[in-house]
Design a protein around this ligand. Structure first.
Ligand SMILES: [Zn+2]
Length: 234
């Protein structure tokens, strides 16, 4: 029985590496699959992992219809057994529904990989629909780590060195469009996410406090402080 599986987690937890490994394992057993990705760091139509592996992939535009792609392949005599779908957080909810239909009506295994929540700690629309529809949601066994050594559960966006919690949901790459700001991402544990304590902020605090601010008293919640606003908000 085919399944819709969602491997979800933070950035840096090895999702793309796992996606490539799963593709390899199924291919090695003679199964035929298609590999999809969207907005991969390596550019269009490539699924890449931080470990240096990569594989050609079909770029998922908003207009792409998974059902039609697979039916077209079948019409051309190519049977598809499984799909590998990376960066699935960026897929539209309708595309996730197409994936579920392929599982149910064409008995195709669909393995999706994605970041659960954005830098504001809110679910991506694609991830939300996957959590709602998937047969299984799995967390990859490799854990991403916060600078403090705890398991990282949140993705922080850092603009010109400062963590921001507002702005557009999707800003990929190092430079925001139309802005010279440098946009980076860092994974954090929830404690340090809530306290906006990135590794950079921790280092600057430790310079004055003499110790790394593992002690939460040294990392006050930013409640009454003015919010740091991203440069993309204007
Ligand atoms: Zn931490």
């Amino acid at each position: 029985m085919a399944e819709l599986v969602f491997f979800s987690g933070t950035m840096d937890c090895g999702k793309s590496t796992l996606a490539l490994q799963l593709d390899h394992n199924h291919r090695a057993r003679g199964r035929r699959g298609l590999v999809f990705t969207k907005l991969d760091r390596a550019g269009a139509a490539v699924l890449s992992s931080r470990l240096g592996l990569s594989h050609e992939a079909i770029e998922v535009e908003d207009s792409l219809d998974f059902w039609e792609v697979v039916v077209e392949q079948a019409t051309g005599g190519r049977v598809i057994d499984y799909l590998i779908c990376d960066e699935a957080q960026f897929y539209t909810p309708v595309q996730v529904e197409q994936l579920a239909r392929l599982v149910d009506e064409m008995n195709i295994d669909v393995f999706t990989f994605g970041i659960t929540a954005d830098f504001r700690a809110q679910l991506f629309p694609g991830s939300r629909r996957l959590i709602e529809l998937a047969d299984r949601t799995q967390v990859p066994q490799v854990e991403a780590l916060c600078w403090c050594g705890k398991r990282a559960t949140h993705n922080a966006r850092v603009v010109d060195g400062d963590m921001v919690v507002e702005g557009e949901q999707v800003v990929v790459g190092d430079t925001a469009q139309g802005s010279p700001a440098v946009v980076e991402y860092e994974v954090l544990c929830r404690r340090h996410y809530m306290r906006r304590m990135t590794s950079h902020a921790a280092r600057s605090q430790s310079a004055s406090a003499q110790v790394l601010p593992f002690d939460l008293d040294l990392c006050p919640l930013p409640g009454s402080q003015p919010r740091q606003v991203g440069m993309m908000d204007t």
